[in-house]
Ligand binder design. Sequence first.
Ligand SMILES: Cc1cc2nc3c(=O)[nH]c(=O)nc-3n(C[C@H](O)[C@H](O)[C@H](O)COP(=O)(O)OP(=O)(O)OC[C@H]3O[C@@H](n4cnc5c(N)ncnc54)[C@H](O)[C@@H]3O)c2cc1C
Ligand SMILES: Cc1cc2nc3c(=O)[nH]c(=O)nc-3n(C[C@H](O)[C@H](O)[C@H](O)COP(=O)(O)O)c2cc1C
Length: 783
Amino acid sequence: MKIAIIGGGPAGLYSAILLKKQRPEAEITVYERNRADDTFGFGVVFSDATLDNFEKYDPPSYRRITQEFAYWDDIAVHFRGTVHRVGGNGFCGCSRRKLLLILQERARELGVSLLFEADIDDEARFADAELIVLADGINSRFREKHIEHFQPEVDVRSNMFAWMGSTRPLDAFTFIFQETEWGPFIAHAYQYEAGRSTWIFETDPATFKRAGLEGLNEKQSADRMAKIFGWFLGGHQLLTNRSMWRNFPMIRSKRWVKDNMVLLGDAKATAHFSIGSGTKLAMEDAIALADAMHRAPSVEAALQQYEEGRREEVEKTQHAADVSLVWFEHVDRFWDFDPVQFAFGVMTRAKAITYDNLTLRAPDFVSEVDKAFAKQVRARGFDVDIAKPVAPMFQPLKLREMTLANRAVVSPMCMYSAKEGVPGDFHLVHYGSRAIGGAGLIFTEMTCVGRDARITPGCTGLWNDEQEAAWRRIVDFVHANSAAKICLQLGHAGRKGATKLMWDGMDRPLEEGGWDVISASPIPYFPDSEVPREMDRAAMDAVKAAFVQAAERGKRCGFDMLELHCAHGYLLASFISPLTNQRTDAYGGSLANRLRFPLEVFEALRAAWPAHKPMSVRISATDWAEGGITGDDAVVIARAFAEAGVDLVDVSTGQTVRDAQPVYGRMFQTPFSDQVRNEARVATMCVGNITTADQVNTILAAGRADLVALGRPHLVDPSFMLRAAAWYGADGVFCPPQYLPGKEQIFRNSVRDRQDFDDLKIKAKPKTRAELKAEATKPLAAE
Ligand SMILES: Cc1cc2nc3c(=O)[nH]c(=O)nc-3n(C[C@H](O)[C@H](O)[C@H](O)COP(=O)(O)OP(=O)(O)OC[C@H]3O[C@@H](n4cnc5c(N)ncnc54)[C@H](O)[C@@H]3O)c2cc1C
Ligand SMILES: Cc1cc2nc3c(=O)[nH]c(=O)nc-3n(C[C@H](O)[C@H](O)[C@H](O)COP(=O)(O)O)c2cc1C
């Protein structure tokens, strides 16, 4: 078998090694345009898990690699004169040049032919090869040549970065966040061999310009960086090697395989340097390709298996890298944070590291985070314990005169079980049990302001006396039997009205018994949905009046808070999104115009609602669709409502148009809450696939939201909050006297359960290489 490999980087060389081991008879050639030791970059990083893989697949190169490596366990975050260190990270670094020399040597040993200074521009010369590996890096000529087939998507990120080196020794992966007269600079630095460290400098484009870096040569820009970070470099030099400033391209390719050609490493997909995964991904691609070639009966089947089997893992890493790079791009959002909260944000930015996970690894750090959080709460007038604070989710919050005992919220959820808008016994039990369960705040489902404002025939309403009495019964129960506050969510279904109950076909039009449907523009939700009537001014006045009347009823019911539903494609959302609002009058066109009617309704409600009670607005912070609302628009929307007197923005996303492409995942809407909170400077509630108390604490401690709502988790566990309180030992959480024996038991058992769980986690975690090395080099105690 003949195999041609274009590119002698980590992907090309490692695939040559693994394929040659598998097929010693194969004729494998690596074509590299550079000379053998002619390489850019300084160090590369691998996690312990990646090294485990290398050990399994090729022990000889693994051994040589690990002999040359520098290990570290800690991450250190320097910010505003402070440094926070967190251990247990298990990483190592090595020189890229040495790595390539080791791989070249190993490849040669096995009988791979290495041809240097061989710049390949046409695959036709490999017509006799059964497999062609395209490992030609980030600017892959072959990916571009077959662009129609591979369909790469290149997202050039806004921040500028430059890769440099230094002689400054480092004992931790080091992040330095440096304020300068031009704006913030970030250094990502780590040691990769004795006396050598990698330094990646990053800054936003405006700071880059203001700092005059544009047009400087390598040496001049290195001198500028050395000046900025001189206090840390301590006289050590910065070294350059093609260290030009550039923008990072996030590359994703729709296809990785064409005939017998396969893209590997950076050629097919990149991952931002802030998670240190470029070389790891390249070498793990080589492993996946070799595995597929081993298993599959033909090259064609192997390439298919490689692409199918590997894609999910690569996309997961890319997603983590995306989340991380966005954090760094918006670091100015957190610049005025308490340094320990800032450091917590750095650690938890990519979702893999959480509050509980850090509690195990760095309990003192988390205790400091908790204290800083408690201090902020105390600064708002609460007499909370600062010396031994409870976890963030158990800290109180005040909105106007309403005090919430904790930060966990039952998200608004339609039960589709009302009769003519009247909530019944089901609703009493549903809301009552969740209030007893300990959440600080309970939202009602979207409660409709008129019969024709309903989504479905099962929706609750608040337009007549019977409904008002039924809601008052529920509110009274909540107040009499729990510490929870209850918020009324008012809405109008708009073009999503007159549809079936959730379990009969969500958003599908009713076959009979429907009603008049209105919207900002006459665009049906599904092609076969009823075409809504475009609202004229008289219809707007009628809707506004209906909202105000419902709020008046809500006031009489004794609700603690009022939320205006402007999300999920319902009536008011249909005004805000340009995809559903095509009006040419004063209520269409610019975002300011599209916001006019929702703001008008909000202002009318604010005037009707008691001044001492808070109001929130729920928004879809993105439509997840081309041409729709984006996170940046959400900031403008939030500011507009804040100016109109909103106390909290409830940040949801999507559900506005049918062809949306949401990117789901754990806590997938939290970045929007983060953006709104820290750019518009308004309190937010986040929601969406948040399922554990650990996630709730992570979000709150990192300052990404002020409240966290859980919807589906509360459907199956009304006592979510009480369980969480038991887990964290926060016994201040409310429990009705009737249930106290249960509370005592779960609190007692949780102490032991948590201890067992932590012990198990610690036992199950293998020692990091840094720990093993430290043990091996520790002098023996004198006997
Ligand atoms: C300037 C720069 C500096 C970097 N520094 C670091 C660093 O210090 N640490 C780190 O972890 N990561 C670094 N990276 C990222 C990292 O190099 C990649 O993620 C990783 O090397 C990907 O491996 P690869 O084999 O896919 O591609 P590469 O390592 O880029 O290898 C591709 C190889 O293909 C060769 N090639 C390209 N076209 C042809 C052709 N037509 N014919 C023959 N040969 C060809 C190139 O010369 C190159 O050697 C850096 C990237 C850049 C752009
Ligand atoms: C059955 C059900 C009904 C819902 N009804 C409403 C509603 O009436 N108003 C609203 O704003 N959101 C509604 N939502 C959305 C939730 O409030 C929440 O934003 C969503 O479920 C994501 O959170 P989760 O992952 O915690 O469930 C509903 C969700 C579910 C599952």
